[in-house]
Design a binder for this molecule. Structure first.
Ligand SMILES: [Zn+2]
Length: 325
């Protein structure tokens, strides 16, 4: 079993010697590991698996000339040199190595160049999609925090609520479906694979000097992942149903405002699905700000005149807009 803290000592900007060294030591040393033309590393364990775990080998670092010093305290890994730790996504790689070591079934893909545009996964999606034949679930291990099973990435739906809910239920702890995802490799497969998600793996403040990794959580998550029945997870989403947004990002003209085809309330945010725009949250931030400003003004006004009995808030008050003196 590989040592996560030791793995974290390799700062690995994409295509650096340090990344090659890391891959050579930890990934290529596994029997049966394959490499595609882009450099992604791939291994399949078990027959007829319809789920795939993914992580990425590169990190966000500037100086990759030497190994970095990693400290641990109270179950957390951290650094003091002003560069990120690289829990994103060393921990995802570590989790997959552990599952592979225990011969836990699944298709495993170690993507390259995620941090510079998701290039490794884009290569597979566009050039070798047959690798994913029979795969219906893609689970990236590449999310901050303790509790997210992402249903959306960059506002675009990537898996069904039912799928995310069931993973969250079986993992336990703080896990629950979340719409707040940004980009990870699994998003590049969501137009032909029905259920794609990204799981929290216990790092915080990624891409910054304040990045930390909860080591105890990572070990516990590894155990919990083995208890999930990945084979029996519900597959609800139709991958073909939600790929229209891609045409709008290719610069095609957006048609006039259309009524949403689907509306979903999750937490306090309402999402609408527009065929030409994808999933859009109902309340844009800008509108909120102007509303707040107006309210403040109104309050000042009310307070100023309240002594005289002025009130324009209450519709039932016969003295609305009426001066008493
Ligand atoms: Zn990442």
């Amino acid at each position: 079993m590989s040592n996560l803290v030791e793995m974290l000592t390799y700062p690995r900007k994409a295509s650096t010697q340090m990344e090659e060294l890391f891959i050579h030591k930890y990934i290529d040393s596994i029997g049966g590991m394959k490499k595609d033309s882009f450099g992604n590393r791939i291994i399949r364990i078990g027959n007829d698996v319809d789920w795939c775990f993914t992580s990425h080998t590169d990190t966000v670092h500037h100086d990759c000339s030497k190994r970095q010093e990693v400290y641990t305290d109270a179950g957390y890994a951290y650094k003091l040199d002003g560069e990120p730790l690289g829990g994103d996504d060393t921990t995802g790689v570590w989790l997959m190595l552990n599952l592979i070591h225990d011969r836990f079934p699944g298709l495993y893909i170690f993507h390259r160049e995620e941090e510079i545009g998701g290039r490794g996964s884009r290569y597979i999606a566009s050039s070798t999609p047959e690798l994913m034949d029979g795969i219906r679930k893609v689970i990236s291990l590449d999310r901050k925090g303790y509790g997210d099973v992402l249903t959306h990435q960059s506002g675009i739906r990537c898996c069904s609520y039912e799928f995310a809910y069931e993973i969250a239920r079986q993992l336990g702890g703080e896990y629950k479906p979340s719409q707040r995802g940004v980009f990870s490799d699994s998003a590049n497969y969501d137009y032909f694979i029905p259920e794609c998600t990204n799981l929290s793996i216990g790092y915080f403040n990624a891409h910054s000097s304040q990045e930390i990794q909860d080591l105890v959580f990572a070990e516990d998550l590894c155990r919990r992942m083995k208890r999930v029945n990945w084979e029996r997870l519900p597959v609800f989403r139709d991958a073909n149903e939600f790929d229209d947004w891609r045409s709008s990002t290719r610069g095609q003209k957006r048609t006039e405002k259309k009524k949403p085809r689907y509306t979903e309330q999750l937490g306090e945010v309402t999402w609408n699905y527009y065929p030409d725009r994808g999933w859009v949250s109902k309340e844009p931030k800008k509108k909120k700000k102007t509303k707040k400003k107006k309210k403040e003004k109104k309050t000042d006004f009310d307070m100023f005149y309240s002594f005289g009995g002025y009130n324009d808030d209450d519709d039932d008050n016969p003295y609305d807009n009426y001066w008493w003196w």
